[in-house]
Design a binder for this molecule. Structure first.
Ligand SMILES: [Zn+2]
Length: 277
């Protein structure tokens, strides 16, 4: 599933490719992708003639700003946007086509069909699901050490599920939580009340640096993720623990172990991330 850095890369790429374009018409081939309004015909009618102003992001959601409307899009597991010539026959699993005024289509493809689109009036999107209850942006100016402690510090569950909770902090998924906890040298099953001030500081820094360097890696290679058809792929930056079971820890050489925390596959170095901090 794409996490904050991957969605941010898609956002930047989309912004470059379709900002300023006017939507001539929309074809919805799989109605269940459209969550709001209720009828796909209303969605198609509302978007016809609108110009895409810019593409923003809130957590793992894309916010496509149009004149007088906002399209909130979540890629979930496998959603992909791509820009194609409108002459080109749609590929398999293409569910929504935005026909643009320059003879291209912005197409949404989704093998798993879990992605969602919601249409709102401007600002309305922040008061209603799915954006209403989202937590703090970890790369934004409000994400201070104190804000992290205020949100997570008084909770009694384990630190990893707390960091995955989108109502506390947005954008972190399984990959970057494992990476941030490794960098902070914190065991994912520790509870917030056991963390010392130095560990909070390391965790705060690790969340920001892990995400920021992944955004940078994606941003610097946007071109290579847009293929001939303009399809935006996902990238993954160099990871230190995630997906590296049995490989040597980059810091101490001990093999990385994998186990389950809160139902999620979890990678740690048991020497660098002891249960007792
Ligand atoms: Zn280690």
């Amino acid at each position: 599933m794409p996490e904050l850095p991957e969605v941010e890369t898609v956002r930047r790429t989309l912004n470059e490719l379709v900002s300023g374009r006017t939507i001539r018409s929309v074809t919805v081939k799989l109605p269940r992708i459209i969550q709001r309004p209720a009828e796909p015909e209303q969605f198609q009618d509302a978007l016809a003639g609108r110009t895409i102003q810019q593409v923003e992001r809130r957590g793992k959601f894309l916010r496509i700003l149009l004149d007088e409307l906002v399209l909130v899009s979540h890629l979930r597991m496998e959603g992909r946007y791509g820009v194609y010539s409108s002459e080109e026959p749609p590929e398999l699993h293409t569910h929504v086509l935005f026909h643009l005024d320059d003879g291209t289509d912005l197409r949404y493809k989704d093998v798993r069909q879990f992605g969602t689109m919601h249409l709102f009036l401007p600002e309305e999107e922040f008061r209603l699901p799915p954006l209403a209850k989202l937590g703090i942006e970890p790369l934004g100016p409000d994400f201070t050490l104190q804000a992290l402690r205020d949100r997570v510090g008084k909770r009694t569950s384990r630190i990893k599920p707390l960091l995955l909770n989108q109502e506390l902090i947005v954008g972190l998924g399984n990959i970057y939580v494992d990476e941030a906890l490794f960098q902070a040298r914190i065991h994912p099953e520790r509870t917030p009340d056991t963390l010392k001030p130095a560990e909070w500081k390391r965790l705060h820094e690790a969340i920001r640096t892990t995400l920021a360097s992944a955004v940078e890696a994606g941003g610097s290679s946007i071109k290579s993720y847009v293929n001939g058809q303009g399809e935006m792929g996902m990238f993954q930056q160099q990871l230190l623990v995630y997906g590296r079971k049995d490989e040597a820890c980059a810091a101490c050489g001990k093999p990385i172990v994998k186990f389950v925390v809160g139902g999620r596959g979890t990678h740690i170095c048991s020497r660098c991330q002891p249960m007792k901090g």
